[in-house]
Design a protein around this ligand. Sequence first.
Ligand SMILES: Nc1ncnc2c1ncn2[C@@H]1O[C@H](COP(=O)(O)OP(=O)(O)OP(=O)(O)O)[C@@H](O)[C@H]1O
Length: 457
Amino acid sequence: MISKINKYAEDILDVLDEGVYISDRDGYTLHVNRAYEGITGLTRDELLGSRVTDLKKVGKYDVILNPEIVQTRKPKSVVQLTKNGRRVVLQGHPVFDERGEVALVVTFARDTTALSRMEEHLGFQRELIKTYQKTILGEGRDGTLPLPLSKSSAMLELMDMVKNVSTTDATVLLLGETGVGKNFIAKEIHRSSPRFKKPFIEVDCSAIPENLVESELFGYAPGAFSGANANGKPGYIEMANNGTLFLNEIGELPMQVQAKLLRFLQDQEYVRVGSTTLQKVNVRVISATNKNLEEAIREKTFREDLYYRIRVAVVHLPPLRDRGGDILPLINYFLGTFTKRYNKNVSFEDAALQTLEKYHWPGNVRELENMLHSIVATSPNNTTLAPQDLPLSVLMNNESHGRKSLQDLVAEFEKVEILKVLRVTNSLARAADELSIDRVTLYRKMKKYDIASPSQG
Ligand SMILES: Nc1ncnc2c1ncn2[C@@H]1O[C@H](COP(=O)(O)OP(=O)(O)OP(=O)(O)O)[C@@H](O)[C@H]1O
């Protein structure tokens, strides 16, 4: 019976799914089954008759079990990395002869690559969920987002273009000064696009340290670099799959990342840092910058080919000072938002509104939003604000951007000082006293600078 089994021993071993490797006590390979060849990518011809120590020397294995098992006479397990890049769990067992000496070492090999891939995949999914949760929580911080308030002809025209662009998958480049609403418009394009139920992922390219930009955008494989998450990490591109990726401040991307981004934009394929597997996604890209990219191209800090790739549709957002018709609706909108939030009744006199309309808003909508927030938060309840209650930056209204004449500078200084003193004293007589001028002179200067009289006269 046994002799019959011996006759078919090799065939029996070939039926197994597990790899079997048998060596003698000196480490010479006596037999490997078919599964072992499949798992390790090594052939019988390469292995039979060779010594495990020599196979390790020539790099076919990174670790071996045989010498230790012969020495300790005990079973042992290790994880071996094979030349075809698989992770194999080896379990070696000693087989003793009639004198109790180790005669053979039989090693079973199990491929764990599929398992590791599943674990890696699960790790990525976990990271992805964490990031989505963060993104969703971030988005909801102010409740639902308002619709863009667009009354000026410049904005109405622009919103028409945004509507047309939204229905396509075209790459969009949003240009405009800081605070004009590029981020706001990017979200609007996403919301009106067929991708609206999928993620909108914003990346502020200027806020990521240069050495991390590539791994943040494209993700990294487990063990890609020291200090990396053991599960690997999905990049923003992967998170935006089927949705929209908004690359804010794209002009700040390092050159080598620009090259990788260009390849990704061309065929929607990329490789995670530390990996060789190609990832395929479907992502619509919107970029924004307040930098002059043409100048950056001349200075060789921005790739020309990438520039043409990202500017399939270009949307120029005008500064708020050139969108006169938007200022009042935006004031009303933010006044409504913040008075509701702080449960206060705060309003503006017409003259104050006119002053705000004339202001040149260098920080654009963001400045207006922050100013309204601060005014409502710091004003007592039931206040109607006069022009002199407005922030000094508004009252100074530095409209001219070039060098000012000495005369203008003196006038500006005088106006601000008068406003400051009037604000503190709330009385014409006491303010004149503080400024060491007579009341008639003060009154004349107030007329000149369009400053209203204090309530106490
Ligand atoms: N039309 C609008 N209606 C209501 N709020 C707006 C509008 N445009 C911009 N905002 C608000 O103004 C603030 C600044 O806008 P946003 O962040 O979009 O500017 P940005 O151009 O992207 O600025 P930066 O270049 O500094 O990134 C945001 O809080 C945004 O919600």
